[in-house]
Design a protein around this ligand. Structure first.
Ligand SMILES: O=c1[nH]c(=O)c2nc[nH]c2[nH]1
Ligand SMILES: [Zn+2]
Length: 453
């Protein structure tokens, strides 16, 4: 049992029931009949045994009758962390999955992203993606927007309005031979990135931060990469990009940047590989590159739906974990067709099993390990684990109230008496947003949505 000795802290809410989360040592830790108190700032103030409700209510000065009691088929789990999602591609999610990456970008992605100079279009899509991901249990999202600064700022505002924790990136790209109207000059990109960061920070949104976002090396000149590395370093900011998603892209980077040891070295030499960097995909990284990731503390966002949908490759997540490189999961909408982290969990397991089919000696990921990747792993990959990722006293209460027995839902509990581990496994494999009764971010209930005038 854990409790802080700050019993002077005022308690806003207390919940009693089963809590399921991950720690560094245990992929799935099940805490049955616990009381969890959330303070006025949305932080977890204490976790104690349900049996001790009387003594805890005296110590923390809350009404025992005001405790929210979970049902038999309910549990709380940490909110899920989508470490890589293109908010701007949500309009065509579920379509346009018939081309390999570089043709897919030119044919579908760049023409759509160019439309975000229209703020009405941006507001419509960004509102939908924030609401959809929250409803699906994504309490933290690391977003790519587009090159348009004002629309990217709007995405930050919408995430803040709906209460989602978010890193938001204004995309930077000064190279685009196929859709030439969708690019900036290196100077514009540098200036607009500075404006984006300045304006977003000025808003003082408590849960929304800017992330420096070079699209990927083939879209950026060395000069632009250098500017962005400097901006990130001078402001101690997060960085996100793509790396080694397809073999064709790796070959292209070799041609474009012949003087570098590897794709990873291109980012590294431009000061873009730091302990606040998250790189999507990494399917074709070498052991040397993973060593550099580990040395620098950079992380990988595993995006299995996209990897399969665009036939890009299969990330060997076990190898990444063996290298002790931080690993999270991403939906990668719209290369990935689903905006649900539950889908990312399932596709991660499928990919691991496909690798096992190819090599029966392969150590398949367990569902418990993948649960950790979707929650604590993601928070570590985004260097946000001080604030979120699991139920630890002092962290923000980012949580999903899961009801596996919801009326009309996708899970039929035949045996009833199922223990919490079985309920978790069923939710991960069979559940959907109908089972996510409530979503909390930093202690605030953000789903169901409160209708605003
Ligand atoms: O899956 C991807 N989606 C993108 O938008 C992108 N841009 C560069 N590389 C990319 N990969
Ligand atoms: Zn992506």
């Amino acid at each position: 049992m854990t409790s802080s000795n700050e019993s002077a802290v005022d308690i806003a809410h207390v919940y009693r029931g089963t809590f399921v989360h991950s720690t560094d040592h245990t992929a799935v830790e099940i805490l049955e009949d616990r009381l969890l108190g959330v303070d006025m700032e949305g932080k977890i103030a204490f976790i104690g045994s349900g049996q001790e409700v009387d003594s805890l209510s005296q110590k923390w000065r809350f009404e025992a009758l005001a405790v929210t009691q979970l049902g038999q088929h309910e549990f709380f789990m940490p909110g899920m962390v989508d470490t890589h999602i293109h908010a701007s591609q949500y309009s065509y999610a579920g379509t346009a999955l018939d081309l390999p990456l570089l043709q897919w970008l030119n044919t579908y992605t760049f023409p759509v992203e160019a439309r975000y100079k229209d703020m009405g279009f941006a507001r419509n899509v960004y509102t939908h993606v924030v609401k959809r991901t929250l409803r699906n249990g994504t309490t933290t999202a690391c977003y790519f927007a587009t090159i348009h600064t004002d629309a990217a700022l709007l995405l930050g505002q919408i995430a803040n309005d709906f209460g989602q924790r978010a890193l938001v990136g204004k995309v930077c790209m000064d190279t685009n031979n196929f859709v030439p109207h969708y690019k900036e000059t290196a100077e514009e990109s540098q200036d607009e990135t500075n404006r984006f960061i300045g304006e977003l920070l000025k808003k003082k949104y408590p849960l929304v931060r800017p992330v420096v976002t070079p699209r990927f090396a083939p879209s950026c000149s060395s000069a632009l990469l250098g500017h962005l590395g400097e901006i990130a370093q001078n402001n101690n900011l997060h960085i996100q990009s793509h790396i080694s998603e397809t073999k064709e892209e790796v070959k292209l980077v070799k041609e474009l940047f012949p003087d570098y040891d590897s794709y990873t070295d291109v980012y590294h030499k431009h000061n873009l590989l730091t302990d606040k960097t998250v790189m999507a995909h990494g399917c074709h990284l070498t052991d040397e590159e993973l060593k550099l990731f580990r040395e620098k503390g950079a992380s990988v966002a595993h995006c299995p739906n996209s990897n399969i949908s665009l036939c890009s490759g299969m990330l060997d997540a076990r190898r990444v974990l063996n290298h002790k490189v931080k690993l999270g999961l991403g939906t990668d909408v719209a290369g990935g067709y689903s905006p649900s982290m539950l889908d990312a969990v399932r596709r991660t397991l499928d990919t691991s099993k496909a690798l096992t089919i190819q090599d029966p000696q392969y150590q398949t990921l367990t569902f418990e390990e993948v649960f950790r990747l979707a929650t604590l792993g993601g928070s570590q990959a985004l260097s946000l684990d001080e604030h979120t990722g699991n139920f630890k006293v002092g962290k923000d209460f980012d949580a999903l109230r899961v009801n596996t027995a919801i009326e009309g839902g996708p899970i039929d509990l035949i045996n009833h008496g199922e223990g919490p581990k079985v309920l978790l496994e069923k939710f991960l494999n069979l559940g959907d947003d109908r089972n996510i009764a409530e979503v909390y971010v930093a202690g605030k209930r953000v789903v169901p949505f409160v209708e605003r005038p």
